[in-house]
Design a protein around this ligand. Sequence first.
Ligand code: SF4
Ligand code: SF4
Ligand code: SF4
Length: 268
Amino acid sequence: MCEFCVQHGEGKKWYLAMQNYSRELLDQDSRLDYLAHFANEFTTRVPGNLAWLERLSHTPLHGPARPFLKHQLQRDHYGQVVPLEEVEQILRQVDGIVRLPCVCRRVTTGDQNARYCYALTGDPRLAEVLDDSFSLEYLTAPEAIAAVRALDQEGLVHSVWTFKTPYIGALCNCDQDCIAYRICHARGYFQLFFKAEFVAEVDPALCTGCRQCLRQCQFGAIRFSAVHHQVEIDPRQCYGCGVCRAGCAKHAITLTARAEHPVAATIW
Ligand code: SF4
Ligand code: SF4
Ligand code: SF4
C-alpha cells in the first residue's frame, strides 16, 4: 500500500476509508475555504506557478526543490490514480456527488465547461463558496457511475484528490490536458500523485497483437513487440489506471496488486 494508506487508511486503502470524505473533516482546518480558494483562483494562479516551475527546472535548485514541493503538496493537495471498479465503490458510498467544470482544462485548452470533475460531498455550502462559473450538477450514484464508465471507455484516467490531506474532495478524469499529468509525468517537475495500488499485466495466451490498448494508455507503458506480435506492459511505467482494459476486446489485460508485484512494488 502507498504511504497515505499507512498514514490515513486505518488498515484499508486510504481512499476507501470513508472517514476521509466526511463532513467532520471538511469542517476542520478551514478546508472548505481552502477548496473554494483552490477552485475559484485556479485560472489566475496556476499559469504563473507553471511558468515558475519551468524556470526552476532549468536551474540547479530543481533537484533539491523536488522533495520539498512533493512534501508541501502531500500536505495540501495530492492525488492517487484509482481504477474504475474502486471509483464505483467510492461513488456508491459518498454522501453526495457534484459534477463541475475541470479547472485544468480551463487553463490548458481554454474550455470553460469541460465536465470531467466530480466533487465528492453532499455539503450544500459548496454551491455558496464556488463562484457562479461552476454551474453545479448534482448526480445520483448510478448517474455518476454511468458517466465515469463512459469516460473510462474513452481512456480517461481516474484519480482522487485531497484538499488538506487526508480529506478527499474530488474525483478527476484526466488526459494529457491535466496539469497534474504535465507537472508529474510529462514535464517531471515533481511528484503530485501516487500511481494506483495496481499494475497492469497482459496474458500472452489471449493477446492477438491488435494494439487497440496502446491508444488508451496515457503513460506510454504499453509497447508492441514485433518479435512476439503481442503487446508488453512495462511495470516501471504503468500507473495502474486500468483504462487499457476497456480497449481490449480479448480481455487480455488485468490488474494485479502493485504491492505484490516483483518489479512495481516499490514504484509509487
Ligand atoms: S485533475 Fe483532471 S479532471 Fe481534475 S481538474 Fe485537472 S484535468 Fe480536470
Ligand atoms: S487490445 Fe488486447 S489483444 Fe489487442 S494488443 Fe492490446 S492486449 Fe493484445
Ligand atoms: S498500461 Fe498501465 S498506465 Fe497504461 S493504461 Fe494500462 S494500467 Fe494505465
